[in-house]
Design a protein around this ligand. Structure first.
Ligand code: IPE
Ligand code: IPE
Ligand code: MG
Length: 247
């Protein structure tokens, strides 16, 4: 038997390949606004516009799944007013963009524990998930109150419970089992992770999933990230030689 780690494709990508699954840490809204002497909220508004633009562009490029980091489990540390602004924008985004997602056959997913959000947002998200559940097109996954360490802790807790209840044997727990209990269980392997704004860190995003992901850090602030930038990122991915530990 040939052991193969979970989430690692059998073969390296071909030259010029389009990544199946792209994740983006959409960073730099605040700095974008600051540079223009605008309130941070304006940066976040423009950030939502960028997210809309990139979601459409990803569909055109044939990317199967796009995961966007919208709110981390650490973003609660921000001033209450900013958290409120971000929640307001999330409401608007779902209200305004849901019809398009339904029409475009987009499968909406949420990763992270969005049950911590206010009841009206939880209801909006649940409704959006339900209305796109029958779609079979490209996946848009939004990370809401997402933290990779919490995601892994949840998986560990669920598996421990199953062992205690006699449903599974300890020996049966392997990388695949863990993967099946992550929020991303029904997404393709993560091929490319992009972070904008010049920061070079993962900020608790998709730690398990990014084990063999190609990383791309760009200086562009998120509101300025456009279709050409996404095409550039995909082209950069296509030029890379992935080895997955082999030769
Ligand atoms: C990213 O932009 C948006 C969220 C984290 C929600 P930031 O708000 O982090 O922008 P900077 O990093 O302060 O410029
Ligand atoms: C990461 O950006 C989270 C999102 C983009 C939603 P942050 O701006 O919160 O990350 P840090 O604090 O700079 O690491
Ligand atoms: Mg930031």
């Amino acid at each position: 038997m040939k052991p193969r780690p979970a989430n690692v494709p059998e073969k390296a990508g071909e030259e010029g390949a389009v990544p199946r699954h792209v994740a983006i840490i959409m960073d730099g809204n605040g700095r974008w606004a600051k540079q223009r002497h605008l309130p941070r909220l304006e940066g976040h508004r423009r950030g939502v516009e960028a997210a809309r633009r990139i979601t459409r562009a990803a569909r055109v490029l044939g990317i199967e799944a796009l995961t966007l980091y919208a709110f981390s489990s650490e973003n609660w540390r921000r001033p209450e007013e900013e958290v409120g602004d971000l929640m307001g924008l999330l409401r608007l985004f779902i209200r305004n963009d849901l019809d398009e997602m339904v029409r475009e056959n987009v499968r909406l997913r949420v990763i992270g524990d969005y049950s911590r959000f206010s009841a009206d947002i939880v209801a909006l998200v649940d409704d959006a998930l339900a209305r796109t559940a029958g779609n079979d097109g490209p996946i848009l996954a939004i990370a809401l109150n997402y933290g990779a360490r919490a995601e892994l802790a949840n998986a560990a807790r669920t598996l421990a419970q199953q062992v205690r209840d006699g449903e599974i044997a300890i020996e049966s727990i392997d990388e695949q089992t863990i993967e099946q209990h992550l929020d991303t269980h029904d997404l393709p392997p993560l091929d490319l992770l992009i972070r904008t704004s010049g920061e070079h860190r993962l900020s608790n995003f998709l730690l398990w999933q990014s084990a063999y992901t190609e990383l791309l850090f760009v200086d562009t602030l998120w509101p300025d990230f456009d279709e050409a930038a996404l095409r550039g990122a995909v082209a950069s991915f296509g030029r890379r030689q992935r080895r997955f530990g082999g030769l």
